[in-house]
Structure formats: C-alpha cells, structure tokens
Ligand binder design. Sequence first.
Ligand SMILES: [Zn+2]
Length: 276
Amino acid sequence: MKTLPLSLFIVLVLLAPRTAHAWEEMKGDHFILYYQGTDRSFADRVLEKAESYYDGIARALGYSRRSEFWLWDHRCKIYLYETKDAFHSETRQAAWSSGFAIPSKREIVSYQSSEKFLDCVLPHEMAHLIFRDFTGARNGMIPLWLDEGLALAQEEARQERENEFDQWVQKMMSEKKWIPIKVLSQIRSLKGFAAGEAVLFYAEAQSVVRFLLSSGETFQFAGFCRDLRDGTSLEAALRKNYPKVFPTLEVFDQKWIAAQMNRDELHLLSPGGGED
Ligand SMILES: [Zn+2]
C-alpha cells in the first residue's frame, strides 16, 4: 500500500468534514433517546416528558390500546442534535422547521431547544407518530391539514398560539387571501414553502381541525378519521359522519369560514348545535 506524502495527508485532514459530536444513548420504556453533547439532565427531562405525553396523547386521539405497540423493539427513537445549526445542516429541513417525525421508522428528529422542544416539538411529533400508527405510515388518503391540525392541538402552549393563528386566518379571509378547503386538502407536503406560506397552512390546519371537533361528538370525528384511513374521500367521509351538518365539502367550507369570521357562529356549532 502506498503511503501518502505528509503534506497531502494534512490537506485531506483539513478538507474532511468536521465530525459531529458522538450520539449518547438513553433508554426508557417506550423511547430511546439519542442526543449529542453532555447535558444528561436535559436528556432525563426529555425521557420523562415523553413518557408522560405518551398516554395522554394516545388517549386524546382515542388510540390508547394501540399505544402498547411502543415497547421493546418498537420503541420510538428520538434524535436530538446539539444545536439548531447542526440540525439544519445535517437534515436539510426548511429554515422554519423545528423538528420532524418519520412514521415508517417511528423516529423524531429535532434539536435541543429546552422548553420549546419539551412543550411544543415533542408532543407535536409524538402526535404525528401515534396518529400514523392508526392510519398507516404512508396512507395517502389523510389530508396533511388533518395530521398537522391534530399535532398542533397536542402542544402544551397551544392556547396562545391558537389565538394568534385564528387572528391570522381571519385577516387572510377578510383580505381574500386564505386557502380554501379544497386547495388546502391538496397540499401533501410543505417542502419548498416559504415561512409565511407555512404559517398560513398551519394556522388553517388547526382552525379546520378545531372547527370539525367542535361540530359534533368525538365518535363522529373518530368515524371520519377511520373512513379516510380506509379510502373514503374527504367529502364522502364528511357526509357519512356529519350528514346533517356537512352534506357537501362546499357547505363545510362555508360554515368553517363563517365560524372563523364570527366566533359566535362557532359557539352555535359546538356539541349540541351539531345534532348528527
Ligand atoms: Zn407537524
């Protein structure tokens, strides 16, 4: 084997990509955490929080029996980069992204951002994984707004954000710049979305999901999700599970806009108002 001249060796070493910090591993009942750096106390808190969200989110989405799937070899893996920069340069996510979930691998990838990760990113990405356990990881029948709206509803600091999001949707509606439900339902990925476009998408997603949840009983919403999972179209799933309230997608769109523009209307459509 030829040996490299020392000068070339030094050049190669200097040009080689900087090695990222090694991954530390920490195991819990339902999670395996991989983290960079030495902040073991933060890692402890992540595992603790993840376990406490685990039952709550599964129950909120109505899938508590399925939650037992997250044991042993089926544990959820959480990868936490040490910094935001490392996360973005390694994963190539959009600049506005704080994390993402890979349902087919049951993985969550994010970075250490203390409270924001614990209160928002972690429950949000866990909700995606639990919901996708139910629908199937690659089920193309589930609109992205439903997946995102449900995930946003699991964040701890959601209330303040809901108000901001609602105001934003109202503003866009009054300026006729909102995304109608038909178009919203065709959005399958936010890749390439600018920050402003992504905000409008998330704002509408949480608004539509909350509107739907407040328009009937829990079993109706569960039936709606199950029918979508099993291949029913959005309009047919609405009609089947909310026959009197939403006979067509157009009626759903009109009632959602009315509810969003007038909070009293939303009150009228809350459980009891939607009599299906
Ligand atoms: Zn999400």
